[in-house]
Write a protein that binds this ligand. Structure first.
Ligand code: C2E
Ligand code: MG
Ligand code: MG
Ligand code: MG
Length: 288
């Protein structure tokens, strides 16, 4: 009885595994085709100043809808693109289209591009990105490269060298998803960073959880001492924005401001009134 049940489970498990493998190979084939046809496209999510509520930059995020598989989220397809050696082609496509789009946007507007962990220390590839920027009519100081700490772990010296070169050309460097994974004080100190993006997981329960508030407050003052600006990711309501502004966080990004939009909707977002930040509740009673 026991062993029959065991073997039944085994059959079910194998079937599931087979289905997963089939889905993955379908996904990988579709991804190869999509990259070769440049069918993936960028969307843009605004980043505002916490004091003025005005948009100062957009983060470029990649999107893919396959005719058969439907919408595949970037957390899924980026991993596969890295594994299949397609990520560099994808990044170049996204950067090229972004540089074209940026010519139509105000000159003061910056755009952040995510650089895969696998690519930051790749000298030839990073030089290629710099050449794409230099060959466009967009000044390099309108671009920000977002990198993660995972990227610099395997080859710190190589990564720092490439980031230094990017920064010398005028490109800003932002450290993404800070506070997750391998956050290290020496990274803040030794990498040429302009911005640190505080991971969404600390922002989600900011209003309810004192520990999150203390962590965020600590990151902000640490960065302040090192002259690095902070961006809070995943800000979903006005209360979170108020707390962040009061803690001294310079920039805000999240659904509270706007979800990512296609390139043609960027003008509409810029034209919109600034996102207001609620005033801090007065704890002292005013007598009149
Ligand atoms: P990320 O770089 O940390 O990007 C922020 C993610 O948070 C985006 O997810 C964005 O849509 C989402 N987000 C923004 N505001 C909110 C909010 O208020 N609430 C919630 N729940 N989520 C919010 P998305 O677009 O699904 O991208 C996921 C990840 O995939 C990115 O995380 C990035 O690591 C990667 N990715 C996306 N596009 C690219 C790309 O072009 N190249 C590379 N290398 N990676 C990319
Ligand atoms: Mg990012
Ligand atoms: Mg992030
Ligand atoms: Mg992330």
């Amino acid at each position: 009885h026991g062993s029959a049940e065991g073997s039944n489970r085994c059959v079910v498990f194998n079937r599931e595994l087979e289905r997963l493998r089939a889905w993955q190979s379908q996904l990988e084939q579709a991804l190869r085709r999509a990259v070769s046809q440049a069918a993936l496209y960028p969307v843009y999510q605004p980043i505002i100043g916490s004091d003025t509520g005005e948009i100062i930059a957009f983060e470029c995020l990649c999107r893919w809808t396959d005719p058969n598989l439907g919408v595949v989220p970037p957390d899924v397809f980026i991993k596969h693109a890295e594994k299949l050696g397609l990520i560099q082609a994808l990044t170049k496509q996204i950067l090229t289209r972004t540089l074209e789009n940026m010519r139509l946007w105000p000159g003061s507007l910056k755009v952040s591009i995510n650089i895969s962990a696998t690519d930051v220390a790749d000298k030839a590839f990073m030089e290629e990105l710099l050449r794409l920027v230099a060959g466009s009519s967009v000044p390099a100081n309108r671009l920000i490269f977002e990198i993660t700490e995972t990227a610099v772990l395997s080859d710190f010296t190589g990564s720092r060298r490439q980031l230094d070169a990017a920064r010398r050309s005028g490109i800003e460097i932002a450290l993404d998803d800070f506070g997750t994974g391998f956050s290290s004080m020496s990274h803040l100190h030794q990498l040429p960073l302009d911005k640190v993006k505080i991971d969404r997981r600390f922002i989600t329960d900011l209003a309810e959880d004192e520990t999150s508030r203390n962590i965020v407050s600590g990151i902000i003052s640490l960065c302040g001492n090192l002259c690095i600006a902070c961006v809070a990711e995943g800000v979903e309501n006005a209360e979170q924005m108020r707390i962040l502004r009061d803690l001294g966080c310079t920039y805000i990004q999240g659904y509270h401001v706007a979800r990512p939009v296609p390139a043609e909707d960027v003008h509409g977002l810029i034209a919109r009134p600034a996102t207001p930040c609620p005033t801090t509740k007065q704890t002292t009673l005013m007598s009149s």
